[in-house]
Design a protein. Structure first.
Length: 365
C-alpha cells in the first residue's frame, strides 16, 4: 500500500519536526515495520464487531520503559500470554480498548508481532490533561496510532494528531500555528498575555471543540472592541476579562475554566469575538463584511510553508469567506475557523494578503 507508506513517511517527518525533545523510549519503530502495523490496523478499522466499528490506540512502549514510571495516571497490564498482532485477533480484542483511556502495547522487536498488554488510565485522557495543565506539569507524551473509523488512522504524539490518513489521503496537522507563524506574530502584537497562557487557552478551546463539535464555529481576535464596530453586530454582548494572575495552580485552573466557556460559546451561530488580551467582547456576532463585495487577495499556506496556488477565495463556503474578509478589513485581527470534522484553519492579514493556515492542530504544550 503505497499510500500507507506515504502516511508513515509523513508521521516520521512531522514527528521529527515537532520541536519536541524525543527520549529513547519515544522513538518510532522502523518505517517498514510501521507500514506493516498500519496495514493491519487499516484492515481492522473496516471490520465490525457487534455491529460497530472499533476506535482504539496502539503504542510501541515496552513494559519496562522508564517512561511508564513517570506516568502516574496509568499502569501497564500485561497479558499472561501475548496476543498475535493480526487482523483476526486484534479485531476480536478491539472492543475491550478505549481510545480515550488506554493504549494497546505492541512488541515489534521480532516477528510475529504481538500485543503484550494494555496501558490503562485511571480516568480519561481529557481529565488527565486537565489535571496536568492545572498543575503546570505534563507527563511524557507517548507516540501512538489511533484507529478512528473505517479506513481512518491518525498518527499522534500523546493526544495531539500530527497526520491523518483518510481514504488514502494524508492530512498534516500544524502544531506550530500559534507559536511560529504570522498568526502567532499577530496574536503577540500589543498583547499583555504571555505565550504560555495564550497557548494553554487556545489548546483547551480547540480540544473542547474537537471533542464535542456538532457544527462549525469561529473566533475573531481583534486589537480592541472599537476596531471591529463597523464590521460586526452582537446578538449577545458579554464582557469578561482573561483570568488575572493568581498562584500558578489557581491561574491554570481559571484559564481552563475560561477556555471551556469560550469553547461552549462557539456552538452559538455567529462569531465569538475576543481582544488580543483574550477579553470576551461578545458572541453570536454577525459580520457585515459579506456585503462589501471586495476581491480579497489570498495566500493559502501548506504544511511545508509553501503557498498552495490551487486554492482560491471563492472555493470556500460563506463562513470561511466572511472570516477572510473580516481579517482583510479589520487590521491586526486573527480568525480561527473551527470545523465539525476537526480540520481547523487560522488566518490573518499580512503584506496586503489574507494568509490562511490549514489543518490547525493542538499546540504541543
Amino acid at each position: 500500500m503505497s499510500d500507507l507508506r506515504a502516511f508513515v513517511d509523513a508521521f516520521y517527518d512531522s514527528y521529527e519536526q515537532s520541536g519536541y525533545c524525543i527520549e529513547e523510549d519515544q522513538q518510532l519503530p522502523e518505517k517498514k515495520v510501521l507500514v506493516e502495523v498500519c496495514e493491519t490496523l487499516a484492515h481492522v478499522s473496516c471490520m465490525r464487531e457487534e455491529g460497530r466499528y472499533s476506535s482504539f490506540r496502539v503504542c510501541f512502549l515496552q513494559p519496562d520503559s522508564e517512561l511508564l514510571s513517570a506516568y502516574i495516571y496509568a499502569h501497564a497490564l500485561l497479558f499472561e500470554e501475548p496476543v498475535l498482532f493480526n487482523e483476526r485477533d486484534i479485531h476480536k480484542l478491539a472492543p475491550a480498548l478505549n481510545a480515550d483511556m488506554s493504549y494497546l502495547m505492541l512488541d515489534l522487536s521480532s516477528k510475529p508481532y504481538k500485543a503484550i498488554g494494555i496501558i490503562a488510565a485511571y480516568t480519561t485522557w481529557e481529565k488527565i490533561m486537565t489535571l496536568e495543565i492545572e498543575k503546570g506539569v505534563r507527563m511524557p507524551r507517548i507516540p501512538n496510532l489511533l484507529v478512528h473509523g473505517p479506513g481512518e488512522l491518525e498518527a499522534c504524539f500523546g493526544e495531539s494528531s500530527l497526520v491523518s490518513y483518510r481514504a488514502g489521503e494524508c492530512i498534516f496537522f500544524r502544531t506550530d500555528t500559534f507559536t511560529s507563524t504570522l498568526v502567532a506574530e499577530q496574536l503577540r502584537q500589543d498583547s499583555h498575555i504571555s505565550d504560555r497562557d495564550r497557548l494553554r487557552f487556545l489548546y483547551q478551546v480547540i480540544w473542547q471543540t474537537q471533542k464535542h463539535r456538532q457544527q462549525g464555529g469561529h473566533i475573531f481576535i481583534v486589537p480592541s472592541a472599537e476596531s471591529c464596530e463597523k464590521f460586526a453586530t452582537y446578538k449577545y454582548r458579554m464582557y469578561s476579562q482573561f483570568p488575572a494572575d493568581h498562584s500558578a495552580a489557581r491561574a491554570n485552573k481559571d484559564i481552563l475554566t475560561y477556555a471551556n466557556l469560550i469553547a461552549k460559546l462557539t456552538a452559538v451561530d455567529g462569531a465569538v469575538i475576543l481582544t488580543k488580551d483574550l477579553e470576551l467582547i461578545g458572541f453570536g456576532a454577525e459580520t457585515f463584511v459579506d456585503r462589501i463585495g471586495k476581491n480579497v487577495k489570498m495566500s493559502f499556506i501548506r504544511y511545508d510553508n509553501q503557498v498552495d496556488k490551487t486554492k482560491h477565495f471563492n472555493d470556500n463556503g460563506m463562513r470561511h469567506r466572511a472570516c477572510y474578509t473580516f481579517c482583510n478589513e479589520v487590521e491586526g485581527s486573527v480568525a480561527i475557523i473551527l470545523s465539525h470534522d476537526g480540520v481547523n484553519k487560522a488566518c490573518t492579514k499580512h503584506g496586503g494578503k489574507v494568509v490562511v493556515y490549514d489543518n490547525v492542530g493542538l499546540p504541543l504544550l
